[in-house]
Design a protein around this ligand. Structure first.
Ligand SMILES: Nc1ncnc2c1ncn2[C@@H]1O[C@H](COP(=O)(O)OP(=O)(O)OP(=O)(O)O)[C@@H](O)[C@H]1O
Length: 621
């Protein structure tokens, strides 16, 4: 009954969500969240199990010992008991019952149980240790890889959906590695052992009790696909919740400022309920495995005792053999049941590993190859040669941009919002590759040099300065990790950050929270100036970097900027045009093309777009 209720509730909700999704698609649909249906994939399993390879040496001997101990004890105990029944309790050959023999067998069985218990305890401990290491490796690999992925990758995906793959998807593989993998071997071996022994004891009875196995196999095979799909659906719902949570937490200030908490809660609640319904459905399907096994084992038990007692009556088997059969058949369902659980675990692992490997196979759009050479220390000449760039195919953000910048020059990029300023500096930093044309630094096409050697020579100060959790000192030192404390302080002094840092409770050792929420925008900006100065790059990019600094600080910083820019090629994007007056050249962009360029005075004389922008700013001052 419950299945129907949960399923119909979920369907009802899904329809409601789908209707809302049509009205507001961007909040629901993430491009990588479509249900991917692929057949059970051995290549993928092999790839996953390749993570066990480094531990092969530790794993193999322990595995062999454990398998032997566990399987042998499980297989020999019923045999011993059956022997005790037939030769010590109720001898079928007319001899007297032997109490001594009974004690010996009972003692041996007890000993075997103890050995089995010890082997199992060791197996669990050992596997959980190895399993944790494998998960650690997998997570490290994934993180290492996503760090190499380009801006295009992150443009397409919400941060939460990336997060969920590193956390949830990797976690869901834990069970597979800590319990599953090794159990499969033990269980398969035990099954084979039991079948052989049953056949050896009595072929007819063995066939009779195993008649139910093919029926069970067919039923469970049919269930497979549904279970796998259901678990994929759960992951998708979870990914959506996480993506939404991430967005909600980041946008909490805006939510509270607009008093939209209730609206947000309603939205979250809906997603949460859908997630729960999806989980209920999947786990319910999962649970159908056990009842199938139980019913089948009950039928098997009935056949055993019905046909077994008939065989005793006709003298084909002894009571001891029937007892051994009962024990073995009991032991037979146990591994099958576990294999069923294991199969579900594999299905979950399939869904998760599919998503993990999808990320791992994602190639960085901005890549280097074996021929990429180290960019030598540059002077700072920059050339854009007929550059076109499209974020989305067919919609160029910039078109046919060409300009030459000599080392040491300062260039301002000016233009209305969306005119392509940030795009140009993203191309110079090689966050993206041009769709057409080339970007050259000191005559080297930047696609042909190693990324690291390029980026270490470029310093970028963005408007939305990223402050990491850690001390103020750590944050400045992020520019150059081997800088001494004195160098950190000197950089801070040069950009007038030292004054406010000194006033903080612990000075340079003050801990700033993630994203520097306890610092003002202007203070964060000063920190990033110090960070850039410390890095001492040949090329410096300031993207709206002075926008959040008050006029008073700005005057101070203008001097600091002069020091910062001296001898470096620099690109400055500023809406506040007073800050770029002294630049060697001002490039005015309009809808992705260069409209005019020249010095401040030249452009003012020309009375074109730049003149219009300056006049407009004056008017509102
Ligand atoms: N990640 C992106 N994906 C798709 N389109 C983008 C992306 N980033 C920018 N664009 C588009 O490219 C064009 C140029 O954007 P760009 O950010 O370079 O403008 P900008 O001059 O720096 O604007 P602003 O002054 O507002 O920062 C715009 O039309 C913008 O919508």
């Amino acid at each position: 009954m419950r299945t129907t209720t949960a399923a119909s509730t979920s369907q009802h909700e899904s329809e409601a969500i789908a209707r809302e999704a049509q009205k507001n698609p961007s909040r629901f649909v993430y491009p990588d969240d479509e249900l991917i249906e692929k057949p059970f994939n051995w290549a993928q399993m092999r790839r996953l199990f390749a993570y066990m390879r480094p531990y092969k040496r530790q794993l193999l001997p322990a595995l062999i010992v454990l398998i032997i101990v566990d399987t042998l004890t499980k297989l020999s105990i019923p045999f011993l008991i059956s022997y005790a029944i037939d030769s010590a309790i109720a001898p079928s050959n007319g001899m007297d019952p032997s109490l001594r023999m009974l004690y010996i067998v009972a003692g041996t069985v007890l000993g075997l149980y103890i050995v089995q218990w010890a082997a199992n305890t060791y197996r669990i401990k050992f596997m959980s240790m190895i399993g944790q290491r494998i998960i650690y490796d997998l997570r490290a690999d994934l993180f290492k890889h996503i760090q190499t992925l380009s801006f295009r990758f992150y443009d397409k995906r919400p941060a939460g959906s990336v997060l969920v793959r590193i956390t949830n998807d990797v976690n869901s593989l834990q069970d597979l590695f800590t319990n599953g993998a090794i159990n499969v071997l033990v269980d398969l071996l035990q099954l084979a052992g039991i079948v052989i022994i049953l056949m050896f004891l009595n072929v007819k009875l063995a066939i009779a009790v195993m008649i139910t196995v093919p029926i069970m196999f067919v039923v469970s095979t049919r269930l497979r696909r549904h279970i796998r799909m259901a678990w994929q659906d759960v992951r998708i719902k979870q990914s959506r919740i996480n993506s939404h949570l991430n967005e909600a937490i980041q946008g909490m200030r805006v939510t509270q400022a607009y008093a939209q908490e209730q609206e947000n809660m309603k939205f979250f609640d809906k997603m949460n309920r859908i997630n729960k319904a999806s989980f209920d459905r999947a786990s319910m399907m999962n649970q159908t495995f056990s009842p199938i096994i139980e019913v089948t084992s009950a039928i098997g038990g009935f056949i055993l005792f019905w046909y077994g007692s008939h065989l005793i009556q006709v003298g084909a088997i002894t009571v001891g053999i029937l007892f051994a059969f009962a024990q073995y058949v009991g032991n037979f369902w146990e591994p099958i049941n576990r294999l069923g659980t294991m199969y579900s675990q594999m299905l979950i692992a399939m869904a998760s590993s599919e998503r993990i490997f999808e990320f791992m196979d994602e190639k960085p759009n901005v890549d280097e190859n074996k021929e990429s050479k180290q960019l030598p220390v540059v002077k700072g000449d920059i050339q854009l040669d007929n550059v076109v760039f499209e974020y989305e195919a067919g919609r160029p953000a910039i078109r046919n941009i060409s300009f030459d910048v000599e080392a040491g020059q300062s260039i301002a990029l000016v233009g209305h919002t969306g005119s392509g300023k940030t795009t140009i500096i993203s191309l110079i930093s090689r966050f993206y590759d041009p769709t057409e044309g080339r970007v050259l630094v000191d005559g080297h096409d930047i696609r042909e040099v190693q990324l690291n050697s390029l980026r270490t020579q470029i310093g970028i100060v963005m408007q939305d300065t990223f402050i990491f959790s850690g001390t103020i000192r750590d944050n400045i030192r992020f520019g150059r990790l081997d800088a001494t404390d004195e160098e950190v302080e000197a950089a801070a002094r040069s950009v007038h950050a030292h004054e406010f840092i000194e006033k903080l409770p612990m000075g340079y050792d003050t801990e700033v929270q993630e994203r520097g929420s306890a610092l003002s925008m202007g203070q964060r900006q000063l920190l990033s100036f110090a960070r850039a100065l410390l890095a001492d790059p040949r090329i410096l990019i300031l993207d709206e970097a002075t926008a959040s600094i008050d006029t008073d600080t700005e005057i101070k910083i203008q001097h600091a900027l002069k020091t910062l820019l001296k001898g470096r090629t620099s690109f400055i994007i500023a809406h506040r045009l007073s800050t770029i007056r002294d630049c060697d050249r001002i490039i005015v962009l309009n809808q992705g093309v260069i409209q005019e360029q020249g010095s401040h005075d030249q452009l003012m004389d020309k009375q074109g777009t730049y003149y219009g922008l300056v006049a407009a700013q004056f008017k509102y001052m």
